[in-house]
Ligand binder design. Structure first.
Ligand SMILES: [Zn+2]
Length: 162
């Protein structure tokens, strides 16, 4: 079983600083599923998820921090496929990374992750032509090979810039 090494991601984000909270762009969610399970994902109905690590690709054109905070929140309206997934028992949102961008890049990024990950068909891609925006990954390479992603830090206080 592949394992996302959080320290790899931390190392990577420490080197590059955080993400400006108001920035728009694409984001990745690292999701851990602790056991093989079936989860009802809205209109997709029940999907089987093998235990492991998954990467979800989305974009937040109204601000990355706001969106990522929502994903980490426990009380929210279940709206997107990812909301169904993150609300299911045994599913944990591990970390979020973001890449600020004025353009929507999520599909391009999903295509890159698809080279290494196994797509959960139909997930998160109702509005585009991708096969999926959620991939089961083995290890961190699918994420660490992506350029420009940094860990999302929440702004409770001002960030100290170097
Ligand atoms: Zn897409």
């Amino acid at each position: 079983m592949g394992k996302i090494e959080m320290k790899d991601i931390k190392k990577k984000s420490a080197a590059s600083g955080g993400v400006n909270p108001c920035q728009k762009g694409a984001y990745l969610l690292l999701v851990k599923i602790s056991k093989d399970t079936k989860i009802e994902i809205g209109a997709l109905s029940k999907l089987f998820f093998e235990k492991g690590t998954y990467v979800y690709v989305g974009s937040a054109m109204n601000g990355i921090e706001k969106r990522v905070k929502r994903h980490f929140g426990k009380r929210k309206k279940i709206f997107w496929h990812i909301d169904y997934l993150l609300s299911a028992p045994g599913v944990k949102l591990g970390a979020a990374l973001a890449k600020p961008s004025k353009l929507r890049e999520e599909c391009k990024i999903a295509n890159k992750i698809a080279l290494e990950g196994i797509p959960v068909l139909g997930f998160g891609c109702s509005d585009c032509n991708c096969n999926s925006h959620l991939f089961k990954v083995d290890g961190t390479s699918a994420v660490t090979n992506l350029k420009g992603f940094r860990k999302v830090k929440f702004h409770r206080k001002k960030q100290i810039s170097k």
